[in-house]
Design a protein around this ligand. Structure first.
Ligand code: IVH
Length: 676
C-alpha cells in the first residue's frame, strides 16, 4: 500500500486524514496477521498508532468504534451488561472414543444420511464468545454464559490482537455474528508465566483459566496483556450475508477457507474426509500430534460439511445432531502411591512429592507427581498405599487430582505431613499453606539455595553448574554463597572429573561476578517474597544492605507495591544473623556492590506518583523520571486512580485521555518544570 498523504502532525489532521490513517493501519494489520507478510516494521507501525492516538486525543468526537487504537486497551468497565444470544449458543454432545464416534455416525445414517462428508476441526480448549458486527463494525462481544444469555465484554474482546474491529469487506452485511473460541497459545502462556516468575508473582495455572479471567477483567489493559487469540468456528445471524456468501455458506470447509479469511479472521487447520474411517485415522494421528499444536486441544469436533444438511438433522434442546465433540484420551490414569517423599526448597519450603508405580500417561512414563503442600494432602484425604488419579496436562508437572477411597486397603493410615525437616530435623513452621524449615544451616535447603544462587535467576555464574555447586557444598569446600568467592584452584582440583580448563573457567566466571548491582544481589540471596521486580523497587529506596536492614516496617510498607508480607519477610531475613553474616563475608571475600548514583534533592514529591506521556522537549523520559525520584516521588508507566500527576508532552495518547476520565491532575511540561 502506498503511504497515504497525511499530515505529519496530529494538529493538522482533518476528518478525511483520520479515516485514511485508520485504513492504513487496517491494511498493515491484514498484512501482518492474515498474510504473514508485513510491509512495515513494528516501530513504524507503532509510530502510525501513536499518531492515531494523538489525533484522537485532540478530537475525541471523531473516535470510531472500529478505530485500531481501541485494540490497545485501557478502557474500564465496572460491571458487565447482559447480552441475549440470538440464536442461542449451543453446546456439543461428546464421544469419548471411536466406538461412540461410530454410534454418532450410525445415528446419522439411520436418519437418512447418504454420502457423508465430515469436516474435522480442533476442539479448542478456551472460552466461547460471540462477536456481533453491524454494518461491518464490531459492536458487541459477549461470553457464552448459559448459551441463552452472556455478558458484554466488548472492551476486552476489542484488545484481542487477531479479532478485527471491522470486517474486511467492501459492502459488509447489515448484521453478522461470528462465534469462536478465545484461547492463549502455549508459547504465549509460557511467556506470561516467565514474566510472572520474573516479577516474583504467582504463576497462572493453565491457559484456559487465564483466558477466562482475562475476558472478565474490568480494565481492558489487563485483558490485553494476557496475549489472547481468537479462532472462529461458526457464523450466526446470517440473514443477508447468507445471500452474499450463498455458495460458500453451503460447505463448512469453504466457510473456513474462504469466508472467515474474507471477513478478516485467521483460521486454524481443519480436515475433510468422506468416510468415518477417515475420521478415525485423522483422530489417531492427532492424538500423537497434539503435542505439536500451538494451543491446548480438548479433542476434535466432527461436523457435517454440507450445511444444508444441518437443518435436516436439527438439534436437541442442547446440541446439534450433525456435530459431535470427539475427545482425546485423557492424559490421566490411576496408579498406586508408593510413598510420599519431601523436598526442601531453597527458601526452606518443604514440598511433598508422590512417588508412584510408573504409569504411561499419553506416551510419557510418570513416576512422580507434586502434591504441592499439606492442605493438598488433606484435600485428597490421602492414605498410605492409596490408588490415585494422576493427570499430565500440557508440559506441566504431573499432578495427583484425587485418591480412590473405594480401593483403599483396610486400616491404611492417613498421610500426615512432616512435623520436622527431612534434612536437618528442625521443627517446621507453618506459613500460609506452606511448612518451612527456618534453620539457616539446613543442608538440603542450603544446597538448593546455592544452586539457585549460581543459576541464571541468581547471580548467573555461568560455568558453575548446579551439580558442581552441590558437590562443593557436600565436600564442605563451601558452606554458603560467600565462600564461593574465596575458592582456590586447588579446592576444585581435588574433585574427580575436574580439569585445569574447567577449573579456570569456573574461577573466571566467579570473578566476573565480583561486581554486582544491589537489586541483582537482593534477588540472588533469596529473601522470601523478593523476586527481581520487588528487589528493584527496594533498591530504588535503599542503596545498600545496611540501609535496607535498618528500614522500619512502616518505611517498607509505605513503598508502593511493598505489602506487609514482603516487608515482614525482608525484616525477618535481615534479623537472622546467619544472613547478615553471610552478606558481610561476601564483601570481605571481595564482592563489590555497584551503587547507582542518585542524589536526593528533597522530599517535595514524597508519596506522589507521576506518569509521563507523549514526547517531552526539555527532558528525556529517563531524566524526567530521575527528577521525580530525586524528590522522593515515584514514576509509573500506567495511569490509575492512584496516579497524582500526568505530565503530557506532545503527541500524547490514551494515557492523557484516561487521566482526564479519572480526574487525575494533568500537567504540561512547562508546569512540571516549574514544580522542579
Ligand atoms: S461448534 C453448534 N466448534 O465446545 C455447535 N464448538 O462443547 C456449537 N468448542 O461451547 C459449537 N471448539 O465453546 C464448536 N471447533 C469447535 C469448537 C467448539 C471448541 C467449544 C465451544 C462450545 C463447546 C461445546
Amino acid at each position: 500500500m502506498a503511504k497515504t498523504k497525511k499530515p505529519a502532525k496530529a494538529e493538522s489532521f482533518k476528518p478525511g486524514d483520520y479515516a485514511q490513517l485508520i485504513d492504513e493501519l487496517y491494511f498493515h494489520n491484514r498484512k501482518y496477521y492474515l498474510e504473514d507478510d508485513p510491509e512495515i516494521s513494528d516501530a513504524e507501525y507503532d509510530d502510525l498508532m501513536r499518531l492515531l492516538k494523538a489525533v484522537e486525543a485532540l478530537h475525541p468526537d471523531w473516535v470510531r468504534p472500529d478505530s485500531p487504537s481501541l485494540k490497545v486497551g485501557g478502557e474500564v468497565r465496572e460491571d458487565f451488561a447482559e447480552v441475549k444470544h440470538d440464536p442461542p449458543m449451543m453446546s456439543l454432545d461428546n464421544a469419548m472414543n471411536v466406538a461412540e464416534l461410530r454410534a454418532f455416525h450410525d445415528r446419522l445414517v439411520k436418519a437418512g444420511l447418504k454420502k457423508p462428508v465430515y469436516h474435522i476441526e480442533p476442539k479448542f480448549d478456551g472460552l466461547a464468545i460471540d462477536l456481533v458486527y453491524e454494518d461491518g463494525v464490531l459492536v458487541v462481544g459477549s461470553t457464552r454464559g448459559d448459551g441463552e444469555t452472556g455478558e458484554d465484554i466488548t472492551h476486552n474482546v476489542r484488545t484481542v490482537a487477531n479479532i478485527p474491529l471491522r470486517l474486511m469487506l467492501e459492502k459488509p452485511p447489515k448484521k453478522l455474528s461470528v462465534r469462536g473460541e478465545v484461547i492463549i497459545k502455549l508459547t504465549d502462556f509460557q511467556k506470561l508465566n516467565e514474566k510472572q516468575a520474573k516479577e516474583g508473582k504467582k504463576l497462572f495455572a493453565n491457559p484456559r483459566n487465564t483466558a477466562a479471567g482475562a475476558l472478565r477483567q474490568q480494565d481492558s489493559a489487563e485483558a490485553k496483556n494476557k496475549m489472547l487469540s481468537f479462532f472462529p468456528y461458526t457464523l450466526a445471524k446470517l440473514e443477508d450475508s447468507k445471500k452474499r456468501f450463498a455458495k460458500e455458506m453451503r460447505q463448512q470447509d469453504t466457510i473456513w477457507s474462504s469466508v472467515f479469511p474474507a471477513l478478516g479472521f485467521q483460521t486454524s487447520t481443519y480436515h475433510r474426509t468422506t468416510d468415518i474411517e477417515g475420521v478415525e485415522k485423522y483422530y489417531e494421528e492427532m492424538i500423537t500430534n497434539r503435542a505439536n499444536v500451538e494451543y491446548d486441544l480438548d479433542g476434535l469436533v466432527i461436523k457435517l460439511n454440507d450445511t444444508t444438511e444441518w437443518e435436516n438433522f436439527g438439534a436437541t434442546t442442547k446440541a446439534p445432531r450433525w456435530a459431535i465433540a470427539l475427545k482425546f484420551p485423557a492424559r490421566s490414569g490411576i496408579t498406586k502411591l508408593e510413598q510420599v517423599v519431601y523436598q526442601v526448597g531453597r527458601t526452606g519450603v518443604v514440598t511433598p512429592v508422590a512417588e508412584l508405580t510408573p504409569i504411561n500417561l499419553g506416551g510419557v512414563m510418570v513416576s512422580r507427581a507434586s502434591l504441592h503442600n499439606a492442605d493438598e494432602i488433606e484435600r485428597l484425604d490421602l492414605h498410605e498405599g492409596d490408588y490415585v488419579e494422576v493427570v499430565r496436562s500440557g508440559d506441566v508437572i504431573p499432578k495427583v487430582v484425587s485418591a480412590k477411597p473405594e480401593k483403599r486397603a483396610k486400616g491404611a493410615r492417613k498421610v500426615k505431613f512432616l512435623k520436622k525437616c527431612p534434612s536437618c530435623g528442625n521443627a517446621l513452621e507453618r506459613e500460609d499453606v506452606f511448612f518451612r524449615c527456618v534453620n539457616s544451616a539446613c543442608p538440603e535447603m542450603n544446597e538448593a539455595f546455592l544452586q539457585f544462587f549460581v543459576s541464571k535467576n541468581g547471580l548467573d555464574i555461568e560455568s558453575l553448574g548446579s551439580e558442581w555447586v552441590a558437590k562443593l557444598y557436600q565436600k564442605k569446600v563451601i558452606a554458603d554463597y560467600a565462600d564461593l568467592f574465596a575458592i582456590k584452584k586447588d579446592d576444585l582440583m581435588q574433585f574427580e572429573g575436574m580439569g585445569e580448563i574447567l577449573a579456570a573457567k569456573i574461577l573466571q566466571s566467579i570473578d566476573a561476578r565480583r561486581k554486582v548491582t544491589f537489586p541483582r544481589l537482593l534477588t540472588a540471596v533469596g529473601i522470601p517474597n523478593v523476586g527481581e521486580h520487588v528487589a528493584s523497587i527496594l533498591a530504588e529506596h535503599f542503596d545498600s544492605p545496611e540501609s535496607l536492614a535498618k528500614a522500619s516496617l512502616e518505611e517498607l510498607t509505605n513503598i508502593h507495591e511493598i505489602g506487609p508480607g514482603t516487608a515482614a519477610s525482608v525484616q525477618a531475613w535481615f534479623a537472622d544473623k546467619t544472613n547478615s553474616g553471610r552478606l558481610k563475608k561476601l564483601i570481605k571475600n571481595g564482592v563489590e556492590i555497584l551503587r547507582e548514583e542518585r542524589k536526593r534533592v528533597s522530599d517535595a514529591f514524597a508519596g506522589k506518583t507521576f506518569v509521563f506521556t507523549g514526547t517531552l522537549t526539555r527532558f528525556s523520559r529517563d531524566d524526567a523520571e530521575a527528577e521525580v525520584k530525586a524528590r522522593g516521588g515515584r514514576a509509573s508507566s500506567s495511569v490509575s486512580k492512584k496516579t497524582d500527576f500526568v505530565v503530557v508532552g506532545s503527541d500524547a495518547g490514551s494515557k492523557a485521555q484516561k487521566a482526564s476520565e479519572l480526574g487525575v491532575k494533568i500537567l504540561s511540561e512547562a508546569e512540571f518544570a516549574a514544580m522542579l
